[in-house]
Ligand binder design. Structure first.
Ligand SMILES: [Fe+2]
Length: 216
C-alpha cells in the first residue's frame, strides 16, 4: 500500500443508516486525510515517502525519534484497512476456511462476536480491535491509539475503529450501539476471507505487503 489518501470503496452515504454521510465525510475526508498528509510531510523529511506504507511503519517502529511518523503512518494504514472492512449490506457470517477457523478458535461464530465486541467495548480511550491470524488459529486483540498489528508482524483480517471520531456524530457516547451496528450490518466478511488467503506478513520476502488497494 502506498502512502496516499485513496477514495472510499463506496459512496459517502452508502453505509446509512448505520454510519452516516456526515461521519464518513469527517472520518475519511478529514481525520484520515490529516494522518496521510502529516505522515507524508514527516516521511519526506527523511526521504522515506516513496517506500510502501508498511515499510515506513516497520522502519519508524524501530526508531524512537520517529514516533510522530509512526503514529501518523500507522493511522493512515489502519484507516485504509478499516474502510475495506465495511460494506453496504454487510454483517452476517463468513463461510469456508474462515468460518472453520473461527469455530476452532472461539467455539462458534456467536462466541467470536461476543469476544470481539467485549474487546472493542473494553478499549479504554482511543484504539482499535482486531481479528488477526495467530499460528494455525485466530486471535482477537486491541491496540491503543494509532498502534497497528503490522508493527508486530501480525496479519489482520478485520478491524473496528473505536476512536470516538468513528461514532460520535451517529451514536454520541453509545459505543455498544456503534459496535453492534458494524458487526450486524456493515462488517465485510469477504474482505476478511481475502486477507486470510493472502501470503502472511512475516512470510513475505518481497516486502510486507499484505493488502493493497489495487488488489481489493
Ligand atoms: Fe478513525
Amino acid at each position: 500500500m502506498q502512502l496516499t489518501h485513496a477514495s472510499l470503496p463506496y459512496a459517502y452515504d452508502a453505509l446509512e443508516p448505520h454510519m452516516s454521510r456526515a461521519t464518513l465525510e469527517a472520518h475519511h475526508g478529514r481525520h484520515h486525510r490529516a494522518y496521510v498528509d502529516k505522515a507524508k510531510v514527516l516521511a519526506k523529511e527523511i526521504r522515506m515517502d516513496d517506500m510502501p506504507l508498511e515499510q515506513i511503519i516497520q522502519q519508524a517502529a524501530k526508531n524512537a525519534h520517529q514516533r510522530d511518523l509512526l503514529n501518523n503512518a500507522a493511522q493512515a494504514w489502519n484507516h485504509a484497512f478499516f474502510w475495506r472492512c465495511l460494506r453496504p449490506d454487510g454483517g452476517g457470517r463468513p463461510d469456508g476456511d474462515l468460518a472453520k477457523r473461527i469455530d476452532a478458535t472461539f467455539g462458534s461464530h456467536d462466541e467470536f462476536v461476543d469476544v470481539f465486541t467485549r474487546t472493542a467495548l473494553g478499549v479504554f480511550g482511543s484504539g482499535w480491535t482486531w481479528l488477526v491470524i495467530d499460528g494455525p488459529g485466530l486471535a482477537v486483540m486491541h491496540t491503543p491509539n494509532g498502534e497497528t498489528p503490522i508493527m508486530h508482524g501480525l496479519s489482520p483480517l478485520l478491524t473496528i475503529d473505536v476512536w470516538e471520531h468513528a461514532y460520535y456524530l451517529d451514536y454520541q457516547n453509545r459505543r455498544p450501539d456503534y459496535v453492534a451496528a458494524v458487526m450486524g450490518h456493515l462488517i465485510n466478511w469477504d474482505f476478511a476471507a481475502q486477507n486470510l488467503a493472502r501470503p502472511r506478513l512475516a512470510a513475505s520476502a518481497a516486502g510486507p505487503q499484505i493488502w493493497n488497494s489495487a488488489g481489493g
